[in-house]
Design a protein around this ligand. Structure first.
Ligand SMILES: Nc1nc2c(c(=O)[nH]1)N[C@H]1C(S)=C(S)[C@@H](COP(=O)(O)OP(=O)(O)OC[C@H]3O[C@@H](n4cnc5c(N)ncnc54)[C@H](O)[C@@H]3O)O[C@H]1N2
Ligand code: MOO
Length: 428
């Protein structure tokens, strides 16, 4: 299948204007343009943690394999239970997990049973031992009203049935999933290979950690935040360092990155400054779009694809400001990389909570403010701003535990109004 060009994709977007893109328009174009990689590798299930499953996994057994007891107690015939009647049953056998009792259990009889042991064929109910009375080696009394037919019995195949799809291709495997695979007896699975993502920072003012900081210079922090975000996403990273504001050096960096990477991320040089060479270099080499997106931070952004030696790499030219890099990554690049890696990722969940801070906001653009979400004394979760929100203030990201997302239509937020937040941390 040949890949659609960016111009074909943008022609389907109503009201497309590169100088006034909305966040949803830009997200949609990127999502529609990127294509999943095809390479698959077989790995042991522990190594499959956080990887993207390549094929559906179908169970070849029932889990559990037998009806079994959910409690330590006594397995009995539900027919023996009668409303308001105390019952004394004769114990005919005892079964532990891993054992089964194949004998008959007649009316008036029961079997001492442990959690996980297979149910005797004639029994459909288990009474936990602490609900019984006068138990000894030979008999046990079941007081009236303590158990109903079918209680405390786990049914064969209630977790998964033979032939049922246990996990769908595209799932990013979490701890529960590799446990589920183990419960099916699966030792290895096919996962998509890790994405290879190259990145470099641009700017003559940038110094790398370890170098002296001359007047007018700043340390390059974007390569570290990108390293962190890409590593968390499970990518193989290619750190290409700092590239000077020089068209020849920049072209060489792009060409080299595209030889090995599935995606290339740059920061800086996408605005209108005299030394902003990223855009002209990208245009020379590939199928590129440059946008001014109605958002803050992260307004300028370049996106496209560079083809080189029969293969191609997607390209994300992010703005230089450190907070803008992170916000653009979380709200554009992350989804694209997940899609490229073959994952069926759902949108980042948003929670609606009250804001303790009044927030200045004009309708017409999306704002991503850094917030601290905490429970008050009544257990209600509320969010407040971290403080100054400039897109160069990286500490605002470090202090935050969430992003407050104020959509295009949102105007001023008064203290006490509800806002939507995206959490940084969660169970994965
Ligand atoms: N006349 C205009 N000026 C600017 C506009 C505009 O529309 N018109 N947009 C502003 C916005 S918004 C942003 S964001 C920046 C984006 O500019 P660039 O992508 O060209 O980024 P630079 O100019 O290279 O850098 C911006 C800023 O960030 C610092 N920086 C860059 N790289 C790093 C790094 N790796 N680590 C730490 N800090 C970095 C850089 O020193 C600058 O301070 O343009 C605005 N201007
Ligand atoms: O993208 Mo710029 O950092 O919005 O301010």
């Amino acid at each position: 299948m040949t890949q659609a060009s960016l111009s074909e994709i943008v022609s389907c977007v109503s009201g497309y204007d590169p100088n006034a893109m909305t966040v949803p328009q830009a997200q949609k174009i990127i999502h529609d343009f990127v294509q999943p990689i095809e390479s698959v590798e077989q790995v042991a299930i522990r190594s499959a943690l956080d990887r993207t499953l390549a094929t559906d996994i179908v169970s070849t057994i029932d889990v559990p394999a037998n009806d079994n007891s959910a409690m330590d107690g006594y397995a009995l015939r539900g027919d023996d239970l009668a409303e308001g009647k105390t019952l004394t049953l004769r114990i005919v056998a005892s079964v532990h997990a891993g054992q089964r009792f194949d004998g008959a259990v007649a009316s008036g009889e029961c079997v001492r049973i442990m959690t996980g042991a297979a149910m005797p064929a004639d029994c459909d109910t288990v009474i936990p031992q602490e609900f019984t009375e006068n138990a000894d080696e030979t008999s046990v009394t079941i007081p009236a009203g303590r158990v109903r037919r079918g209680d405390n019995r786990r049914l064969r195949g209630e977790d998964l049935r033979d032939g049922q799809v246990a996990l769908r291709a595209g799932k990013i495997l979490r701890p529960a999933d590799i446990g589920l695979l183990a419960s099916l007896g699966v030792a290895e699975v096919g996962v998509k290979r890790r994405l290879r993502v190259a990145f470099f920072s641009t700017g003559d003012e940038l110094r790398s950690v370890g170098e002296p900081l001359e007047p007018g210079c700043v340390y390059d922090s974007n390569r570290y935040t990108l390293y962190g975000m890409l590593t968390r996403l499970g990518c193989d990273i290619i750190d290409m360092g700092v590239v000077k504001d020089d068209p020849v050096a920049m072209e060489a960096a792009f060409r080299s990155a595209c030889e090995h990477a599935d995606a290339v991320i740059t920061s800086g040089g996408v605005s209108v400054g005299a030394a902003d060479y990223t855009k002209p270099t990208m245009t020379k080499l590939g199928d590129m779009l440059f946008w001014k997106i109605g958002m803050r931070p992260g307004r300028p952004m370049a996106f496209g694809r560079i083809a080189s030696q029969g293969r191609g790499a997607y390209l994300f030219g992010l703005p230089g400001n450190p907070v803008a890099v992170m916000v653009s990554f979380y709200f554009f690049v992350r989804d694209a990389l997940l899609r490229m890696s073959g994952a069926n990722a759902s949108p980042l969940p948003r929670l609606k909570v009250k804001s303790l801070s009044a927030i200045r906001k004009k309708p017409g653009r999306t704002e991503y403010q850094r917030g601290i979400l905490a429970a008050d004394d009544d257990g209600d979760w509320k969010v407040r701003l971290t403080g100054a929100q400039g897109s160069g203030i990286l500490r605002s990201m470090s202090d935050a535990n969430c992003i407050i997302v104020l959509d295009d239509a949102q105007g001023e937020v008064a203290a006490g109004d509800a806002v939507q937040v995206v959490l940084f941390d969660g169970l994965t």
